[in-house]
Write a protein that binds this ligand. Sequence first.
Ligand code: SAM
Ligand code: DTB
Ligand code: SF4
Length: 318
Amino acid sequence: MKTRHDWTIDEVRAVHDMPLLDLVHRAQQVHREHFGDNAVQLCSLLSIKTGGCPEDCGYCPQAARYHTGVKAERIMSVETVLENARAARSAGATRFCMGAAWRKVKDGRQFDSVLEMVTGVRELGMEACCTLGMLTADQAKRLKEAGLTAYNHNLDTSPENYGNIISTRTWSDRIETLQHVRDAGIQVCCGGIIGMGESIDDRCGLLMTLANQAVHPESVPINALVAVEGTPMADQPPVDSLELVRAIATARILMPEAMVRLSAGRERLSREAQLLCMLAGANSVFFGDTLLTTSNPSYRADMALFEEAGLQPLEPRA
Ligand code: SAM
Ligand code: DTB
Ligand code: SF4
């Protein structure tokens, strides 16, 4: 089937709402046309600047205005970040993602350090990804020159629901940064979160927006909300794992060539649910005991799952 960029919401709903076994079967067919069997990329995530963020994203433990117990820290040194990157590589990571709790990047010493971190990670032979908030066109260019493989900037939910989740920045701010990333020749990593109280149409609206970009994002992280005490979403019920499977399968069918990343929320999933997500087209996970601030399945549990299921860590593509 030809890759499309003109999905309507009804078409996306028709895919999403198919009988589950048909949906997973179709997603797996699309998956195998584009990717090697059993290959799952291991990515490592590090919070290089934690907490104290001025934004009000309703899901986020790092927003200064919520009392979540996450303390604001200073940016890590380049050396500490590269030590973490070396350890991640030894443990099998082929992509190293660095996150900062910033609203936007400011030029100066801290950004210069991030550029050094990016170059250092690339020298280790891994893909380098950053998520630092909003970027100008010039900052995107400098990240590209430093060797950045991909920039993560999530749209999180549908355009209609966006204002219910975040008020301190707009949907069009997000689109603008994504355009700077694309224009600089950096791969786009863009996805969202399910389980924030959104409707199924909101989930499909997000996936439709991503799939209708002129170029599909190369990487689509699908997060299940980690409900953190102190955030406005603390009391959201955990998302049903089969709803996560549906969102992943729909992403795979709409964006056949993207890396679909089963991101936050894996700790609540059984091994079987995780494998069903992979059958539905997820081909990457974050491994390591913590994500940015919340916990993740243990390294040992993940390695045991890879071993038992015969999953092969994927080689880097860039
Ligand atoms: N400050 C930057 C930004 O927001 O663009 C980068 C860091 S931010 C923590 C990266 C992404 O993590 C968010 O866009 C959101 O999709 C995801 N995220 C944050 N908190 C989460 C949570 N509690 N559960 C699931 N995903 C979460
Ligand atoms: C993404 O979509 N998920 C990752 C990565 N991009 C940066 C972050 C998940 C964060 C989960 C909450 C936390 O640990 O603070
Ligand atoms: Fe800040 Fe990013 Fe968290 Fe929003 S998601 S509060 S921008 S760290």
